[in-house]
Design a protein around this ligand. Sequence first.
Ligand code: SF4
Ligand code: SF4
Length: 399
Amino acid sequence: MRRTAKATFSELLKSLLSNYCILKVKPSLSLFLLRYMKKFRVMNLGGKLILHSHLPPLNSGAYERFVKEHLLGKVLGPSHAQIGLTNACPQNCRYCYNKNRRGTPMDTETIIRLIRDLKQMGMIWLGFTGGEPLLNKDIVRITESAGRDVALKLFTTGCTLTRELAKDLQKAGLQYVSVSLDHWEEKKHDEGRDYPGAFRAALRAIDLFKETTDLHVGVSAVVSKEMICSGQVDEFLQFLTSLDVDEAWLSEAKPSIGAYWNPQLLTTEDDRRYLYELQDRYNRKNKMTVNYLGHFEGRENFGCNAGHKMVYIDAFGEMSPCVFTPMTFGNVQETPVKDLFFQMKRLFPSEECCFIHRNYPLFRKYIHEESIVNREDSYALMKEVRFGPLSHFSRLYYG
Ligand code: SF4
Ligand code: SF4
């Protein structure tokens, strides 16, 4: 039985007092965070106070570390990371950002070491992705290794999930899960993933995860330009509301692969505004949180932190600034993650706009034969990039 309710004022106050360090954060940053939080309804899920799945629960050890290490300590390491647990995937999404990644897969011990090292550098939020991460037979052990002071989120198609695995993952420390759904019509979802049965597998997985006490269950939806232009996102959100999930995590298809290097398929400023408004409208009215990535990463909020506070290590150990940037700055199986990250970070000062959205035309020149940009060429590419101003958060943070 699910136990999600709106957090009360006294619960919020208690969480604030238990993490009293937050009172030392400079007032302009605290004000920013309060304004940001007002866009969402804080939910109480089995005692955890959750804003949305891209941040740790407000009364968790991970949030306390966010305040101490990032807001106060200004650590240079990443706050957010994603790790590919395998590149294997039964599906074949049109927009797949992983298709062109190849190499020798990381073994379990390497992944566990990587998580430990990233935590020491400041990581407070970790997403497991793939491929289909459930296909990694050691996923429970890997989850457990992260400890309770990191917010853990699983991105999955739901294929191969069992009731036991859902429970084991929650017991091992998983807090958030996002099941992929791209359309409310079964046929369209299956076609877009070239996988008959994808829709049913996703709905079944949502039900199994919902049966698992204290797991925050969401849907991640990549909304197409067509859906935005025809006003269908609203209809999609109504469908997601009917599934009784905790969150709809929306993003748009990114120009990570050649098929999307087309301005006609990419979101504009107007599209973003439209999605902002939808997010606000739903969050005012509904129990389900709508969390649009473009809002979190918008110039008014945290901006793009690819390679700066965000890092992606694919299933082969290649380090990229984020999951949607098809480039590598080296392999963690050959060089310590710390060294690679800080070499990369020197090139990524953080900015208000999506890095890949703004710079994808440069990738045409450097991507050869359906692969990602190799290390040498990634450094060459970065010499051609000019960064824009900082986001609102970063101006306050670094100002
Ligand atoms: S589910 Fe993920 S890894 Fe699999 S094809 Fe789709 S985008 Fe790629
Ligand atoms: S490049 Fe785009 S998708 Fe990647 S972190 Fe930046 S804003 Fe997000």
